[in-house]
Design a protein around this ligand. Structure first.
Ligand code: TMP
Length: 203
């Protein structure tokens, strides 16, 4: 595996993935190791514009339009990934698995359709490792309740997030060596250590 791996943080709302990606970024900064950090949807200036459109509470797109917007955002920031691939560690807050988990397992959009556009956009870009953060639905709801601002994708019912999380777990089962499941119901410091230990193995 490249010593400048592409590492993705996945999981439903309230799993603490953004906390952990920040923690890893701080760790790499302290160690003076070069990396870039992006998020999806978002990442580049153009993708951030698309992000605002998708997640705006006033938007009422159907599920296929949402899919195409998420993929449009990816198509814009893939250039950043390609440019840095092999040169710097790349940390990504959500990537292709989110599209399969939310748009296919959550919303029922055709899997082959999603995979075919994903493959077209990614071409030779390969994810080296994924931290899949999980949470039970009680903790998820409580953590969402504490958020000051909720976007359009923070407002589905629990059943939806359950389907999405089960979808993530199905993806993990297909390639278990490329994933670690992080149980965010457990102690956050314990999980930080698990993640940093794995990061040290990867870099
Ligand atoms: P977040 O930045 O808080 O994680 O919010 C982004 C939302 O977008 C989150 O609910 C997951 C959703 N999403 C999809 O539905 N499909 C995708 O492909 C991606 C990248 C995100």
């Amino acid at each position: 595996m490249s010593k400048k791996p592409i590492i993705v943080f996945e999981g439903i709302e309230g799993t603490g993935k953004s906390h952990h990606i920040k923690n890893v970024a701080n760790y790499l900064k302290i160690k003076k190791i070069k990396f870039i950090q992006i998020r999806e949807p978002g990442g580049s200036a153009n993708s951030e514009k698309i992000r605002n459109l998708i997640l705006d509470n006033k938007s009422t797109f159907n599920k296929e339009t949402d899919l195409l917007l998420y993929l449009s955002a990816r198509s814009e920031n893939i250039e950043i990934i390609r440019k840095n691939s092999g040169k710097k560690i790349i940390l990504i807050d959500r990537f292709t698995d989110s599209t399969i988990a939310y748009q296919h397992y959550g919303m029922g959009v055709n899997l082959k359709f999603i995979q075919s556009i994903n493959n077209h956009i990614l071409r030779n870009v390969k994810i080296d490792f994924t931290f899949l953060n999980t949470v039970n639905l009680t903790n998820m709801k409580e953590r969402l309740r504490l958020r000051k601002k909720l976007n359009r994708y923070d407002k589905f019912d629990s059943k939806f997030y359950e389907k999405v999380q089960n979808g993530f777990l199905k993806i993990l089962k297909k390639r278990p060596k490329k994933y670690i499941k992080i149980n965010s119901n457990l102690d956050i410091n314990l999980n930080e250590n698990i993640i940093l230990n794995k990061i040290n193995d990867l870099i």
